[in-house]
Each structure stands twice: as structure tokens, then as C-alpha cells.
Design a binder for this molecule. Structure first.
Ligand SMILES: C[S@@+](CC[C@H](N)C(=O)[O-])C[C@H]1O[C@@H](n2cnc3c(N)ncnc32)[C@H](O)[C@@H]1O
Length: 217
């Protein structure tokens, strides 16, 4: 069977559980919101939350006044749950894009995304070509002066999440992957305590895309 189908099935099955049984679920995404506050982006700015799952970040973004949000995930089960919940809580029609970050079709069509948000997704991509596809997508669809917020397991983080092996990251590794077109604005380490009380060390980073094109010698 196709690898991507297996992975999709893995995540759809994971989302058969309630949110408080998901090892990565956070009821208050304040670390992410704190970084977003540093951007001073307009409220109608285009925000793309990749691998959103059933995150509470969408409610927090709406509460902060943001009006133009797209949620992506590989799992249509997660996106459906998220969409229904947001409609019920905030009467907001969340745009959802079910697409694979390692083989994007619909995401590729997006343009001028002002803010890319990834919490706990990139670290699942172990193959070089999958990581390359992920970063190429960022390069392609992020607007000039746009921001990239990535929060992933730090180098002292766990070896697995949701039963899957992980690639761990440092700020330097993320900077290296993004390239010189992206400038680090802020980063910090944060140990997330998951719903079962386990410690999960993350690295939070905010980068901004440079205006000028970089000359490579
Ligand atoms: C650990 S969860 C994090 C969910 C959410 N970001 C949060 O903070 O609650 C990882 C998410 O990435 C999604 N995912 C995994 N592989 C993906 C891929 N190739 N493309 C898009 N989403 C993917 C999963 O379905 C899952 O929702």
C-alpha cells in the first residue's frame, strides 16, 4: 500500500480519541499566541495553520480578532471535527484544506500567506525529500515579509510522538533548512506537559522572510 495512505489512516485513527487523550493536545496555545503578537500583523492577514489537527489555536486566533484563517491537515477526520467545533463555538466558517505537506496539491495553489504556523508537524518528516518539499512550499507560498512560526520537538525532546519516530530540531537546524531568505526574530525552549503529565521539550521559533532577494556567490 502507498505510504501516504498508511500515514493518513494512522492519523485518522488517532483522531478517533477525545482531545484530552491526544498526547499533543494543548488547551491553551499561549506560547504560539505570544509569538504571533510579536508580528504585529493586520487582523485580515492570511494565516495558514499546517497540520492543525483539532487545535484550540483557531479559537485563540479568532478571539484575537484574526479573520482569514486556513487550517490544513492530512487527516480529514481531524479537520471535520475542527470545522464543526469552530462553527458551533464561534459561528466561523473555517476554510479547511485536507492535503499532504509532503506531497502538496491544493496547498501549492495558495499565494501570499502572511503567517505559517506549524506546531508538532515538521518533526514527523524523516526523509530528506519530505523535508525539502515542506521547506519548498514555505518558500513558494509565503508573502514578502511574511512570517514562519515553527514549534517542534527540541534536540532533548522525545524520540516518538503518536507512536511515530521523530526528527529533532535546534534553531540552527531550522535556520539552515529555511535558508538565508528567512531571518530569526525570536526563539525559546518550552517544556509542554501533555494531558497524561508527560514532559515534552519543544523549541519555538519565529522567522521572517526577507524583502530582498539573496545573492548566492
Ligand atoms: C502531533 S499532531 C499536532 C496537531 C496540532 N498542530 C496541535 O498542535 O494540536 C500532528 C498533526 O500533523 C498532521 N500531519 C501528519 N502528517 C501530515 C502531513 N504529511 N501533512 C499534513 N498534516 C500532517 C496529523 O494529522 C496531526 O494532526
Amino acid at each position: 500500500m502507498d505510504d501516504s495512505l498508511n500515514i493518513k489512516e494512522h492519523w485518522n485513527t488517532a483522531y478517533n480519541k477525545d482531545d484530552d487523550q491526544l498526547g499533543w493536545f494543548e488547551s491553551n496555545p499561549d506560547k504560539t499566541m505570544g509569538l504571533i503578537a510579536k508580528t504585529n500583523l493586520a487582523k485580515n492577514t492570511l494565516i495558514l495553520n499546517v497540520g492543525a489537527g483539532t487545535t484550540t489555536l483557531i479559537e485563540s486566533l479568532l478571539y484575537a480578532g484574526f479573520t482569514n484563517i486556513i487550517a490544513n491537515d492530512l487527516s480529514d477526520v481531524a479537520l471535520q471535527r475542527l470545522k464543526v467545533r469552530i462553527k458551533k463555538s464561534d459561528n466561523y466558517d473555517l476554510k479547511c484544506v485536507a492535503d499532504d505537506l509532503t506531497n502538496p496539491k491544493e496547498l501549492n495553489q495558495l499565494k501570499n500567506v502572511d503567517l505559517w504556523i506549524d506546531r508538532a508537524v515538521l518533526h514527523f518528516f524523516l526523509k530528506d525529500e519530505d523535508q525539502e518539499t515542506y521547506f519548498n512550499l514555505i518558500h513558494k507560498i509565503i508573502a514578502k515579509n511574511g512570517y514562519v512560526l515553527i514549534a517542534v520537538f527540541a534536540e532533548n525532546g522525545g524520540k516518538k510522538c503518536s507512536g511515530l519516530p521523530l526528527q529533532l530540531y535546534s534553531v540552527e537546524k531550522l535556520q539552515d533548512k529555511l535558508g538565508r531568505n528567512f531571518k530569526l526574530i525570536e526563539s525559546f525552549n518550552y517544556t509542554f506537559i501533555n494531558p497524561s503529565g508527560g514532559e515534552r521539550p519543544y523549541i519555538y521559533t519565529l522567522f521572517q522572510k526577507n524583502n530582498e532577494s539573496v545573492v548566492v556567490y
